[in-house]
Ligand binder design. Structure first.
Ligand code: PMV
Length: 322
């Protein structure tokens, strides 16, 4: 069968997904909102081939075995079931950002694999079903399928848990300046992390406020209201890390440098700058800012010790075939 190639971008969550209602189907405990990151991408080609005796997965020119291959194979099984086909596949994937940059690649990886894989198997899935499919590989991948600013409605079942665009990438030119403080991969992956959310006594409290934060964030994006956006984004990030730190065993993703940057961003905002910060399941800080803040911000950040790299990303499109 013919090869199909797709490109997808990672995303940064403004209102975070942490914890599942159903871990196997990745039905989240709460909805989430994110922005796709242009400039960072995963490019994946899939070809089903009757002469193969097993699936093959080549990532950044390296043949993969063990867990990475198993995760891709399990995902291909879902596609094979949907398309009613039995052939094994060759999957070749490349990230233009280093895997060790501390930027989660699972969202762009499974969004690209869902699109290239389903097309290579002869399926032409509508966006909603592509988002549902990507969700089965990695929850946040559901949000890398639609373009720009995206909301994943939690839903209650496989059928109603998918993401939609709330505004295109050109709607609001927010910039994400990612301060890399630790380029190594995280110790506890998010799949295991989600299972720990329920062990935190703070989890019900976090959940009780999330719908309100979703509404505030959605409206702030639609009104391009940076002040409202900044407050809710930082609050939601702190709620997620509070749950992580108080789970059993606790998850502590930050480094001392993470704290320094967060403190500094808050001080700069209080001084009138349109910036705020959010942190995913790792130590690196995503500083969200309006375009006119970038030049001085970059100059200031290079003065902070312990920042190993700065990566700039603007709002990006959804997953596309190339
Ligand atoms: O998609 P996962 O299982 O890698 O989980 C992503 C979790 C966070 O990045 C911490 C939050 C989010 O909503 O992206």
């Amino acid at each position: 069968m013919e090869s199909r190639t797709a490109v997808a971008h990672p995303n940064i969550a403004f209102i975070k997904y942490w914890g599942n209602r159903d871990a196997a189907l990745r039905i989240p405990l709460n909805g989430s909102i994110s922005m796709n990151l242009a400039g960072l991408e995963t490019r994946t080609s899939v070809r089903f081939d009757g002469s193969l005796s097993s699936d093959q997965f080549i990532l950044n020119d390296q043949n993969q075995t063990g867990k990475p291959l198993q995760r891709v194979s399990a995902f291909l099984n879902v596609i094979r079931n949907l398309a009613n086909q039995a052939q094994f596949a060759q999957v070749e994937s490349k990230n233009n950002f280093p895997l060790g940059a501390g930027i989660a690649s699972s969202a762009s990886a499974f969004a690209a694999l869902a699109l290239a894989g389903s097309q290579a198997a002869g399926l032409a899935l509508p966006e909603k079903d592509l988002s549902r499919l990507a969700r089965l590989g990695s929850g946040s991948a559901a949000r890398s399928v639609p373009g720009g600013y995206v909301e994943w409605q939690a839903g209650y079942s496989d059928a109603d848990s998918f993401a939609c665009s709330i505004a295109g990438p050109e709607y609001w030119n927010l910039v994400d300046l990612i301060a890399i403080v630790d380029p190594l991969e995280k110790v506890t992956g998010s799949s295991e992390g989600h299972d720990l959310a329920a062990t935190s006594p703070l989890n019900p409290l976090r959940q009780s406020g999330v719908n309100e934060r979703l509404a505030i964030c959605r409206e702030a994006i639609l009104k391009r209201d940076f002040a409202a956006f900044a407050e809710v984004v930082e609050a939601d990030s702190h709620w997620m890390h509070a749950v992580m730190r108080t789970s059993n065993p606790p998850l502590y993703y930050w480094r001392p440098e993470t704290e320094v940057i967060l403190w500094q961003v808050l001080a700069w905002r209080k001084a009138g700058h349109a910036i705020c910060a959010t942190v995913d399941a790792g130590p690196n800080v995503h500083i969200m800012a309006l375009e006119n803040e970038i030049a001085w911000l970059k100059a200031e950040l290079t003065q902070i010790q312990g920042i190993k790299d700065l990566i700039l990303a603007r709002p990006g499109p959804g997953a596309v075939l190339v």
